[in-house]
Design a protein around this ligand. Structure first.
Ligand SMILES: [Zn+2]
Ligand SMILES: [Zn+2]
Length: 565
């Protein structure tokens, strides 16, 4: 009996020792400060801290529940800096809350944007290390291991492979905890992040869409559900399925500039220009407020990104003055933060779109692009857009020598991107190269070759998707094919090209006008009337500055008179 008691005593002692080991030993202050979290007051522009509603169960102290939920809400609207600040606040209150370190790692992985920088990877990896050392539930351990797969071996394994590992790990969370809504929402995001840009069947996006759509009716105020539905369907073929969420998302998280902007991705795909303009005016203004409140030197990247979409929409409505005003504003922007991909894109695309859409060839040939605190050499694809614009301008004013020089630049940038193994962007530049060669051939009178090259460029573009960050190609290749066919006096074929462009890019100004002209020249007056009517109803601003609108209105007016007499 005594022996038994002794054994019992020893095992109780061993167990208590074991639980002491598992007991939360908060990480040292030195370790926490070494990670250097973003800190500070939460910035909320527009409405007061309205970021939607979520409920994320954790085993952390109940006193941090509200702050933790707020941090996850910020994460779901890609307000990554604010999310990190909010998770850091939770850590300050409860340093042994393992899931708060998970949150830091999640805040440094911008799933649908550019891959994390080295500094972000190091920070995320350290946070995960701490999370793994702390006491947590099995479910929390599964979440932590999932994001750990994104940071593990980041020096050796490429970003895409790690994205797929994250997706697989989140799938396990999703299937193991069927009642965990957050697991489902983050799994959907992981699916979108791991989607293959060349997969035209959209297998992963459709899987994500099914999960999110099942959640949406019972989670109408969840920022992640609405937000990820928009990203999931941000493709011409799928965009209609994202419209309900697009109309809702801004009202779920009105304090987030990204939430105000994001619906415009769907509006742009569907050619809803007024909605796109309103969305980005609100987002740009919120982004300015954010930059000021956060003490950002210069402009926030979210503002520049909003401007890019805003100008695109203005141009489709024929509102040149409004578009030009934004371009002039951009010229005065000398400092941005962070100076990243989307900032460089806005600087290259805004002036290029303005000149190419309006066929201002002389100005296009002489385009001088301003820039902020970044170097073009870091953004070869964006730089290519500028050379492409100059080339198209030079060709149209008959300066083939200048065009040849620009073509050399395009080839150089294509090689740079190929060497960097950035096949997507290299391919985008290749489409511009083929387009350029096509127009140069046309000017040299080699019509067959010109048409063959332009057709090739349009087919290449059909096989890819526009880059997820951008509102669309600077000018669609198939629309340029329509222009070329019109120049060659082949209106039937031109009409086909413009109609195909409109399938992918509904309500584009130049495609509608081109379709009207091509229909008129092929003596299809009914179709000409339809396209001109569509054009004049879309470009309905009070002071239109596009001469094409006068032509369309005159046609409709004469048609009307003839119908009446
Ligand atoms: Zn987004
Ligand atoms: Zn965007």
């Amino acid at each position: 009996m005594k022996k038994l008691l002794l054994l019992l005593l020893i095992s109780v002692l061993l167990m208590s020792q074991q639980s002491c080991k598992q007991k939360n030993n908060a990480p040292s202050k030195d370790l926490i400060s070494e990670i250097n979290f973003k800190r500070g007051q939460l910035i909320s522009c527009g409405a007061d801290k309205q970021f939607g509603t979520i409920e994320f169960e954790t085993s952390c102290n109940g006193s941090v529940k509200k702050d933790f939920n707020l941090a996850v809400k910020l994460l779901h609207s890609f307000e990554y800096d604010e999310a990190e600040k909010a998770f850091a606040k939770v850590i300050d209150e409860e340093p042994n809350c393992a899931m708060a370190y998970w949150g830091i790692a999640m805040s440094n992985f911008h799933a649908l944007w550019a891959p994390p920088t080295e500094a972000e990877l190091k920070k995320g990896a350290k946070a995960i290390q701490i999370a793994q050392s702390l006491k947590k539930s099995i479910r929390e351990g599964d979440y932590i291991n999932a994001i750990a797969s994104l940071y593990t071996d980041w020096e050796k394994v490429d970003h895409r492979t790690r994205c797929i590992s994250f997706e697989k790990a989140m799938e396990k969370v999703y299937t193991k905890y069927p009642d965990d809504k957050e697991g489902a929402v983050f799994y959907a995001l992981a699916l979108d992040a791991a989607a293959d840009p060349n997969d035209k069947s959209f297998a992963k996006q459709k899987k994500a869409g099914a999960i999110l759509n099942a959640l949406y009716p019972n989670e109408p105020n969840h920022p992640g559900v609405a937000h990820y539905i928009i990203h999931t369907y941000d493709y011409p073929q799928l965009a209609q399925q994202g419209l309900v969420a697009a109309k809702k998302y801004a009202s779920i998280a009105p304090s987030s500039a990204h939430a105000l902007h994001m619906p415009s991705h769907i509006f742009t795909r569907l050619g809803l220009w007024d909605e796109c303009i309103n969305s980005n005016l609100a987002s740009v203004s919120s982004a300015k407020c954010y930059a000021e409140a956060a003490g950002i030197k210069g402009h926030w990247d979210e503002e520049l990104h909003g401007l890019d979409y805003l100008v695109y929409a203005y141009l489709q409505k024929g509102e040149n003055d409004s578009a030009k005003k934004q371009w002039d504003y951009l010229k005065a922007v000398k400092e941005v933060h962070p100076a990243n991909f989307k900032v460089a894109y806005a600087f290259a695309a805004i002036p290029s779109r303005y000149l190419l859409e309006n066929k201002l060839w002389q100005q296009a040939a002489n385009l001088k692009v301003t820039r902020a605190n970044f170097a073009w050499k870091d953004f070869p694809w964006q730089e290519a857009i500028i050379h492409f614009t100059r080339l198209m301008g030079s060709v149209h004013i008959g300066n083939l020598n200048a065009a040849k020089d620009e073509l050399k630049e395009l080839n150089r940038l294509h090689d740079t991107l190929t060497n960097q193994k950035d096949t997507y962007k290299a391919n985008q530049v290749q489409i511009q190269i083929k387009t350029s060669e096509a127009w140069m051939c046309l000017k040299e009178g080699r019509n067959d070759e010109a048409l063959m090259l332009m057709q090739l460029a349009a087919d290449m573009e059909d096989r890819t998707e526009k880059h997820p960050v951008t509102p669309g190609e600077v000018i669609p290749a198939r629309e340029l094919l329509g222009d070329m066919l019109l120049e060659m006096n082949k209106p039937d074929k031109a009409l086909e090209a413009f109609e195909a462009t409109l399938q992918k890019h509904p309500n584009r100004f130049n495609a509608l006008y081109g379709a009207g002209i091509a229909a008129e020249k092929s003596r299809n007056m009914q179709k000409a009337k339809t396209y001109y009517q569509q054009l004049t109803s879309i470009a309905n601003s009070i002071n239109p500055t596009r001469p094409e609108l006068e032509k369309a209105r005159l046609f409709l007016f004469e048609k009307n008179i003839r119908a009446k007499t």
